[in-house]
Design a protein around this ligand. Structure first.
Ligand code: AMP
Length: 553
């Protein structure tokens, strides 16, 4: 997949104006359905496209459509039919954005909205009408919509429209349009009724679909959370809170989304953005911060993350569902490398479940559909962390952290100024409102820059300790590893190395404390010798380390 030269929007034959609109939206490259559909539609062919929501199908038909509109002519030149009001509005907004530089006017008409208003707009003259079949027919009957000059018709989500019983309405509407029009039909599924419809109303349509091939997926835990667009940021905050990833890449579709998310997540330094708008120096700087652990989160587009070589990423988070199953596999391949534990999390909008299903088919695996953590879940999690952090502190005689906790707060000079902010990866709005703020600041001697995300989770629980605790139980032994923060070691590296090299389950590893020069980690006594042997033979972050029991330290 990587070797193929990716297509660009410019190579598809789009005009400078429309390319400018796409650039402003932050689209970095066309999706596979766009690569196939756009040149065909621009050449005037009828097209049947098999594509689910989330694949970029709207732009696939709307970009050629806005190219072919004559904005000077105020008659309706293009008609798009969609099954629901929501989709009609969404498609109209997209067409409006793509056609804005060419001053293409677009109107959505659907049931449930005052018809008078729609009539007024139609009278004023629009180039593109996007509507639900029932309301379109209503306008045709009232003679408030004239389709006599339509040159371009799109049936979007044709299968849904047929399921909803719109077939007769659709046929009646099509007969109002000129025979020589161009027609595009997009549908996620292809029951015979769609073939019938195409047969009767399309002229030698070209069929396109995105080829999917079975791919090997790494052994990673795969979870999906269903969440509507407006609540994604809140959901992401909660999921990060619950998962406390050691290091994560968060994928967005567009450059603009990457920038917006980076801004929403608060301190830009902790979650830097990586996208095609950066020059090589900026890109290198971001990557260095992510690699050396200064930043625990990386927010990226697929294009920017292509070819990214990061040793271990504990979590891949699809803030937007990838537009093809292949991209999904590609993204999640960045975690769970070399047999280590990894987690892939996908935020999926209700409408995008079809695409999720396609992904499941490709990876031949059911993706767990989880419930977004409630505030109560997060409280329980914080208590858990608090309990383990206290336990650890008592075991290690690290009472200093409590002294720090009650001492006057000191600003660490970066984003962490008084009053204490919520954990940096939580959305500053609106999620922060519902969150309890940490009662103590991070131990100032550790500084904010080198702290891990797990550290911040401990802060959230109310204790500023540098250790990460993973439900250690039973007879534990502390091991000394001769690599620490200076060499960029993070809890994820230690868990990854022990799990990957010694085969120990992540949840049987106990407290991990990373100091500047060394790391202390608790493992079950029964596995200690094996872990020492395995780690002594391997490398952590590419460096050979001395590993021994920590008793005499
Ligand atoms: P759709 O499948 O048409 O519902 O599109 C899903 C989402 O992908 C929409 O939010 C679009 O704005 C976005 N999108 C479409 N094409 C691209 C692209 N080439 N690059 C990035 N995002 C895109």
């Amino acid at each position: 997949m990587d070797e193929e030269i990716p297509a660009t929007f410019a190579s598809l034959g789009l005009s400078e104006d429309v390319l400018g609109a796409l650039d402003a939206l932050g689209y970095e490259e066309p999706t596979p359905i766009q690569v196939q559909a756009i040149p065909l539609l621009l050449s005037g062919r009828d097209v049947i496209g098999r594509a689910a929501t989330g694949t970029g199908k709207t732009a696939a038909f709307a970009l050629p459509l806005v190219e072919r509109i004559d904005p000077q002519d105020r008659s309706v030149q293009a008609l798009i039919m969609a099954p629901t009001r929501e989709l009609a509005v969404q498609v109209a907004e997209a067409a409006h954005r793509y056609g804005a530089p060419r001053r293409v006017s677009v109107l959505a008409v659907y049931g449930g909205q005052a018809i008078d208003r729609q009539i007024r707009e139609l009278r004023r003259g629009v180039n593109v009408v996007v509507g639900t079949p029932g309301r379109l027919l209503d306008h045709i009957r009232r003679r408030t919509l004239d389709l006599g000059k339509v040159r371009y018709v799109v049936l979007d989500e044709a299968d849904e429209m047929l399921d909803m019983g719109f077939i007769e309405d659709i046929e009646a509407i099509l007969t109002e349009t000129p025979m020589e029009r161009q027609t595009a039909l997009f549908s996620a599924t292809f029951p015979p009724r769609i073939a019938d419809l195409a047969e009767r109303h399309m002229r030698s349509p070209e069929r396109i679909m995105v080829q999917t091939r079975q791919l090997e997926t790494p052994l990673v835990r795969q979870v999906a959370y269903t969440v509507a667009r407006p609540y994604k940021l809140e959901a992401l905050g909660r999921v990060l809170d619950l998962e406390a990833p050691a290091s994560a890449i968060v994928f967005c579709r567009t450059r603009v989304e990457v920038d917006e998310l980076t801004e929403s997540l608060g301190c830009a330094g902790i979650a830097p953005a990586l996208h095609g708008g950066l020059n090589q120096t900026q890109r290198d700087r971001v990557m260095k911060r992510f690699r050396d652990g200064t930043a625990d989160l990386l927010i990226a587009t697929d294009v920017a993350a292509r070819g990214l070589d990061v040793e271990h990423v504990s979590h891949v988070i699809n803030y937007d569902i990838p537009q093809t199953p292949e991209v999904y596999v590609h993204r999640i391949g960045r975690t769970g490398r070399a047999g280590r534990e990894g987690t892939a999390i996908t935020l999926v909008q209700p409408r995008e479940h079809g695409l999720l299903r396609a992904i499941e088919r490709l990876v031949r695996q059911k993706i767990e559909n989880a419930r977004i953590p409630t505030i109560a879940d997060l409280r329980t999690r914080r208590l858990e962390l608090l309990r383990t952090a206290i336990h650890e502190t008592l075991v290690e005689d690290e009472f200093d952290v409590y002294r720090d906790a009650v001492a006057p707060r000191r600003s660490s000079g970066t984003c962490w100024t008084s009053p204490p902010p919520p954990p940096s990866w939580l959305p500053t709005r609106p999620a922060a409102k519902s969150r309890t703020r940490p009662r103590t600041s991070r131990s100032s001697s550790r500084g904010s820059e080198g702290a891990t995300m797990a550290t911040r989770t401990a802060d959230l629980a109310g204790v500023g300790t540098a250790s990460r605790v993973l439900a250690g139980a039973g007879n534990m032994t502390r091991l000394f590893i001769s690599l620490g923060r200076r060499r960029g070691v993070r809890p994820g590296d230690i868990v990854g190395a022990i799990a990957g090299e010694a085969g120990l389950a992540g949840n049987s590893i106990g407290a991990i404390e990373i100091a500047d020069q060394f790391t202390l980690v608790e493992v079950p006594e029964s596995a200690a010798d094996d872990v020492i042997r395995a780690l002594s033979r391997s490398r952590i972050k590419g460096i050979a380390a001395t590993v021994r029991r920590a008793k005499d330290d």
